[in-house]
Ligand binder design. Structure first.
Ligand SMILES: [Zn+2]
Ligand SMILES: [Zn+2]
Length: 329
């Protein structure tokens, strides 16, 4: 295996090979698939985004009737609400893991701590990431949200209530996760092509050693592509809370998957207290090596297109081979 700098920085090695979601495994494992649908797919990430969407729909979203016309007031409210949610989630994880260093480097993928560097806006990874997350990420997400509410308020998107339509709306909610992940592979692959990488995606890739604020630290062009999955929901019958689930999945889930730690403990790591899975080693490998793992394991399009790095030395050799035959050493 080539000893590049990123290899040497590696610290925590999770179990490999990284498996795909069980419904894509062969031979089929029906029990594994059932367990996945009933539990693993939604815990903790999916359940958090669904709960956040319901809570915000009930308590922190203006009436649809008041969003009939685009007005600064309600759009500013949405922006402030989204900024607050992002800041609480990313800020608390950052404080615990990187300021307090509450669990040291336990399950930290990269043993180094983020450093100041001229490649970052303001010369500092955290300030850079906070800036691009709030100024661009929250703003673009809020823009997609505002258009979605305007579409519902004006009857352009057919409204379906949960009473009478709950099976359809539950299936639609589950579908949004698959749609978003397939969309992610496509837009991410595109962002690695030519000038799009230089202009836009390089902002996200300033972070080979990501932290919570790196998750949606992206250029506005990337935000426009990456956060566009809800556009599909503008044109099919649905419920605002399904749209909000998809918006929150795009806006919030990268904060969790970019923590840089595989598992986060809510207290003393030695007491075997409450903990939850956070970082996504599959995507961490993308930050480390760039030319693999454009998607994720839920919709494993990397398997289909030959870019799946499962963390094993064999997968690493195959990736280097692929790079060599593409003219890069
Ligand atoms: Zn990333
Ligand atoms: Zn990338």
């Amino acid at each position: 295996m080539p000893a590049d700098r990123s290899d040497q920085d590696q610290k925590w090695e999770p179990a490999v090979p990284i498996p795909v979601a069980p419904m894509f495994e062969w031979p089929p494992k029906p029990l594994g698939v059932l367990r996945f649908f009933a539990w693993k797919q939604f815990w903790p990430g999916g359940a958090m985004w669904i709960a956040a969407a319901w809570l915000c729909w009930w308590y922190a979203t203006p009436d649809l009737a008041s969003m009939h016309d685009f007005e600064v007031g309600w759009i500013a409210f949405l922006w402030l609400r989204n900024t607050a949610i992002v800041t609480v989630l990313a800020g608390s994880l950052h404080w615990w893991l990187y300021v307090r260093r509450g669990q040291g480097t336990t399950t930290k993928f990269n043993e180094r701590w983020p450093r100041k560097s001229e490649r970052f806006t303001f010369g500092d990874q955290t300030l850079d990431n906070v800036f691009w997350t709030i100024a661009s990420g929250v703003t673009v997400s809020t823009g997609f949200e505002a258009v979605g509410w305007w579409m519902f308020a004006n009857g352009h998107t057919p409204y379906r209530d949960f009473a009478g339509n709950w099976p359809y709306l539950i299936i639609l909610t589950v579908f949004t996760f698959y749609w978003s992940n397939a969309h992610f592979y496509a837009n991410h692959r595109l962002l690695h092509v030519g000038k799009l990488y230089d202009w836009a995606h390089s902002v996200h890739h300033r972070n080979p050693n990501p932290g919570p604020w790196s998750g949606i630290s992206m250029h506005p062009i990337e935000h426009l592509l990456y956060m566009s999955p809800p556009v599909l929901l503008w044109f099919i019958p649905g419920h605002p809370v399904v749209t909000l689930t998809l918006l929150f999945f795009s806006l919030l889930s990268p904060i969790l998957t970019h923590t840089g730690f595989e598992r986060v403990w809510l207290g003393n790591v030695d007491n075997d207290g409450a903990s939850f899975l956070s970082g996504d080693y599959f995507h961490q490998l993308h930050h480390r090596y760039f030319e693999c793992n454009y998607g994720n394991t839920l919709v494993p399009l990397d398997k289909v297109f030959g870019t799946y790095h499962d963390g094993t030395p064999e997968a690493h050799v195959a990736m280097r081979e692929r790079q060599r035959s593409a003219g890069r050493s």
